[in-house]
Design a protein around this ligand. Structure first.
Ligand code: SF4
Length: 439
């Protein structure tokens, strides 16, 4: 979400004649987009801004410093005291005012502007800016498209409803228009974004006569766009996997066979305390329905260990669910108390040592299971959208299969942005290696 916000803001500045610098030290204006989902992320953001301001002072450089995103929304005015030298603190619903504020600050850098208002209002969309390639030589195959803002679920551990505000959805027409323009730019894959995408349009759009939720209506509409060959989305909520969405995986060939469905815990007692709104049994039923319509479905999840009051028995239930679910990948988090959320005040906070032990044990099980799944891919042929050079070895290229596995291979730079077929020759911890299949 932050990545897309930063891209849209960069495009908005480019339109106004600014240029985007790759290195912080070359910029006259530095805007730091921040996350506050965990305590560590917030500290990291503030520490980074302190360092940037100190560096500019040391070199006697005059720069404008701004901080945006969830940490700015949560910390607000206090950042002016904690970050002497900051010029702009801007909350998540005020991004559309950033250009105007920066222009004022460029004229008078002695000012400090703090604007974190409007959190309960529908944010003014500034997302329609297409990705403007910073370098004309960069070919981009995928684009993020924001379909909604905010979240009304209020999971008891989560800060997001307080930093991103209430759920508001864009209209199907506006999103389709953005996707059509991206397709004309050569984008082949659309990744729909939102805190809880399966709630898209819940209040604004009716369920269709044939029972399709607004989210599925949106998938149908994007599926019609010529040039778009793949559709993905993140993050859904298990409650959103009704039969209409499950059937879409069979009905819509462009919808990739992958799903990142956060389960968070395998214990029904903890799921209730978390205010998640489903049980472990319901979650497993969704996976089995999905695998029924698409046996090659790649399924990833998020899990929190050490939620307040989590006993050994609760943790065993999480291990049990993970073994049954056989996730392709799982992102594991140690519970981090966020001030202002109900869980931070719950009794029986779990000591860090236990969180670490549970995290390590769960990681071992997840890795073992996913290694088996990756191993089973050897010898299979998969369709890959080529994204660009591999992060670790620039002599190799990388792309993603339809079930969202990273595939590494040797090939020509001209392949970037194209869809090709590869035979998997070996597997690594989190990726597969392949050779192109010509036919
Ligand atoms: S659904 Fe996701 S974003 Fe919303 S409160 Fe729960 S964890 Fe946070």
């Amino acid at each position: 979400m932050n990545k897309r916000d930063s891209e849209a803001l960069a495009a908005c500045f480019a339109e106004r004649g600014y240029s985007i610098q790759e290195k912080e030290q070359d910029a006259d204006i530095i805007l730091l987009n921040t996350c506050s989902v965990r305590d560590g992320a917030e500290h990291k953001a503030v520490g980074k801004m302190q360092m940037l301001i100190a560096q500019a002072r040391l070199h006697k450089e005059k720069k404008i410093f701004g901080i945006m995103g969830c940490a700015a929304q949560v910390l607000g005015e206090s950042l002016v005291h904690d970050l002497p030298g900051i010029h702009l603190v801007i909350g998540t619903h005020r991004y559309h005012r950033i250009p105007e504020y920066l222009e004022a600050l460029l004229k008078d850098s002695s000012k400090v502007i703090v604007d974190c208002s409007g959190i309960t209002e529908k944010p003014v969309s500034f997302q329609n800016h297409l990705l403007q390639r910073v370098s004309p030589n960069t070919i981009q195959a995928s684009a993020f498209v924001n379909i909604m803002h905010g979240c009304n679920q209020y999971c008891t551990y989560c800060i997001v409803p307080y930093t991103r505000g209430h759920e508001f959805s864009r209209s199907i027409e506006e999103i389709v228009h953005e996707c059509e323009a991206l397709a004309k730019e050569g984008i082949k894959e659309i990744i729909l974004l939102g805190q809880i995408v399966t709630n898209f349009g819940k209040r604004e759009i009716h369920v269709s006569e044939d029972g399709k939720t607004p989210f599925v209506q949106l998938l149908d509409a994007i599926h019609e766009i010529e040039g778009i060959e793949r559709i993905r989305f993140t993050a859904p909520h298990p409650k959103g996997y009704g039969d209409d969405l499950i059937e879409s995986y069979q009905r819509l060939p462009k919808l990739c066979q992958s799903a990142h469905i956060p389960v968070q815990s395998g214990s029904n007692r903890i799921l209730k305390e978390m205010h998640r709104g489903y049980t472990g049994e319901h979650f497993l039923e969704i996976l089995s329905k999905l695998r029924n319509v698409q046996p090659s479905m790649g399924i990833a999840t998020d899990i929190i260990v050490g939620f307040p009051g989590e006993t050994d028995e609760d943790f065993q239930k999480t291990l049990e669910l993970v073994r049954k679910a056989r996730f392709d990948n799982a992102f594991l988090f140690k519970y981090s108390p966020r001030e202002g959320t109900p869980a931070a005040k719950m009794p029986n906070q779990v000591p860090m040592r236990i969180k670490e032990e549970r995290h390590a044990e769960l990681m071992r099980v997840v890795n073992e299971l996913s290694a088996e799944i990756f191993q089973q891919m050897i010898g299979k042929t998969v369709e890959v959208l080529v994204e660009g050079p591999s992060r670790r070895n620039p002599n190799r290229l990388q792309g993603r299969s339809r079930c969202n596995k990273i595939v590494l291979f040797e090939g020509d730079k001209d392949w970037i942005g194209t869809i090709r077929r590869f035979r998997i020759t070996r597997s690594g911890q989190y990726s597969l290696y392949g050779e192109e299949v010509k036919n």
